[in-house]
Design a protein around this ligand. Structure first.
Ligand SMILES: NC(=O)c1ccc[n+]([C@@H]2O[C@H](COP(=O)([O-])OP(=O)(O)OC[C@H]3O[C@@H](n4cnc5c(N)ncnc54)[C@H](O)[C@@H]3O)[C@@H](O)[C@H]2O)c1
Length: 469
């Protein structure tokens, strides 16, 4: 089914996957999007955002655990925009624990994660069957096909949600009712630690594990790292796009983490082996630490806050030719026991001393780097000659000295590239070089004096250099 001009209702639409679904439906040209959530203000905010972009919307505060509320939601949608074509039963909760979980909590999660889907189908099916078409999208979870380590209520209710979706598809598929069942592993939402009201991080580098900050309704670190987060956390927007694709194809199972299909086959193929494997996973966990790349300090700290634990490393460009991380990343790492991983510690080979104006790199990547402009190679001359001087004193190469300088800083480790075993051995040997304070200071001063032409100022010279080649 194409969503264009269709009337769609999304529960749990105020945040996470539900909000992303609302946005994707609106972007896909839905005739109206009804945003429903227990968090009424949150639903209103999403509806306001979408109507600001020209989509017809309605915000309805609904407790999906209450059948009357769900029926009222469907009536309100139909009164405002006509019969509901698409119902996304997405709201869901997680409760940590096993059989000891209190009855009232079992009842609540059963009502929110399963009965709400029954209430929704009960409310929309009569009109859909009458019209001979309609679409039900049920958000279950990979836990509904496999399991959720550490949460019996989540595993059980999500299995039930999958079972209901399958039953609906089998029973009503020939009468024009389409059903899709969304079964992701980790998605970066309020449920897994992202701030509920705001957006997740702007990049794909959402943390792969988290510590339960409040010990309440969120999965513990082992649960996320053991199953849900093991194959990477996805952004809700990416998941919503896949839902719309599956709807266009009228496909039942939506697996944003493709690996889940293999895990499900293994489970069905050899249940004993699968159970043993899951026990091992529970025992050892998968991810010990998480790291990020190219995060400015504020974002690094924000990631830790969201994670409720440390983000151990931040991989950034750092070398004698690029010392920006010294401003705040290095002091933070040293003081907080974190690690800065310096990539390009030899500035793509500039600090090896192999290049000068007469001997510019042929390699395209290097040639496209303004550091290798003839005038910058001239400017690097002093730094290279100090590197050579220190190298001679240690019977080492300039590259080894440049590496030794980087890793002399507390909390910094380097990952230099190597294209031969010899180069690799030479890099490793650099770890043994102990620079004296004077040598360190001389290198630092020479590096401060190295002022390459970069950014916009380098553009004319880059064009000239390209034309000359
Ligand atoms: N985030 C994940 O890793 C993940 C993985 C698999 C499945 N899921 C499922 O995705 C669905 C959406 O969760 P999310 O990850 O976007 O989390 P989320 O917490 O960001 O969103 C859930 C939304 O549901 C609303 N809600 C909770 N109880 C409700 C109720 N009784 N009535 C109405 N609304 C209610 C919440 O207010 C919230 O806005 C859930 O069913 C969840 O189980 C999430």
């Amino acid at each position: 089914m194409e969503v264009r001009d269709r009337v769609a209702v999304v529960t749990g639409g105020a945040s996470g996957i539900g909000r992303a679904l609302c946005r994707a439906l609106a972007a896909g040209g839905a005739g109206a999007v009804v945003v429903s959530d227990l968090d009424g203000a949150g639903a209103e905010a999403v509806a306001a955002e979408l109507s600001g972009r020209g989509t017809k919307t309605l915000a309805v505060r609904t407790d999906v655990a209450d059948g009357d509320d769900v029926a009222a939601l469907v009536s309100a949608a139909a009164d405002a925009f006509g019969p509901v074509d698409i119902f996304c039963a997405n709201a869901g909760i997680i409760t940590i624990g096993g059989v000891e979980v209190l009855d009232q909590d079992w009842d609540r999660i059963w009502a929110v994660n399963v009965k709400s889907h029954i209430y929704a189908a009960r409310a929309v099916l009569p009109s859909m069957l009458e019209r001979g078409e309609g679409y039900l999208v049920h958000t279950a979870s990979a836990a509904g096909l496999l399991t959720q380590l550490g949460s019996a209520p989540y595993s059980v209710t999500k299995h039930a949600a999958v079972a209901l979706a399958e039953w609906l598809s089998i029973t009503y598929g020939d009468r024009g009712i389409r059903v899709s069942c969304l079964c992701p592993q980790g998605v970066w939402t309020g449920m897994t630690g992202a701030p509920r009201g705001g957006d997740g991080p702007a990049s794909e580098e959402a943390p792969a594990g988290r510590r339960a900050a409040d010990g309440s309704d969120r999965p513990s670190e082992e649960m996320v790292r053991g199953t849900a987060g093991a194959d990477g956390m996805l952004r809700p927007e990416a998941v919503a796009d896949l839902v719309l694709e599956a709807m266009a194809e009228e496909r039942f199972l939506i697996l944003p983490h493709a690996e889940v299909a293999t895990y499900e086959q293994r489970r069905a193929g050899d249940r004993e082996r699968w159970l043993r494997g899951m026990r091992t996973l529970q025992r050892v966990g998968l991810v010990g630490e998480v790291g990020v790349s190219n995060y400015p300090l504020a974002r690094w700290q924000a990631a830790e806050k969201a994670l409720g634990g440390r983000v151990l490393s931040n991989q950034v460009r750092y070398s004698l030719a690029d010392r920006a991380p010294e401003k705040d990343l290095l002091p933070f790492a040293a003081q907080a026991g974190r690690v800065v991983i310096a990539y390009s510690p030899l500035a793509q080979g500039l600090l090896s001393g192999r290049y000068d104006r007469a001997n510019r790199p042929a390699n395209r990547v290097r040639a496209g780097n303004p550091l290798f402009l003839p005038e910058n190679l001239d400017r690097a001359g002093e730094l290279i000659s100090v590197l050579r001087e220190v190298a001679d004193a240690h019977d080492a190469t300039p590259a080894q000295i440049a590496l030794a300088w980087v890793i002399r800083h507390p909390a910094v480790t380097a990952i230099p590239g190597a294209s031969s075993v010899e180069q690799l051995e030479s890099n490793v040997a650099a770890a043994e070089i102990k620079l004296s304070d004077n040598e360190y200071a001389a290198l630092s001063t020479a590096s401060e004096r190295f002022r390459p032409v970069t950014g916009r100022a380098a553009v004319p010279a880059m064009i000239q250099a390209r034309l000359r080649r």
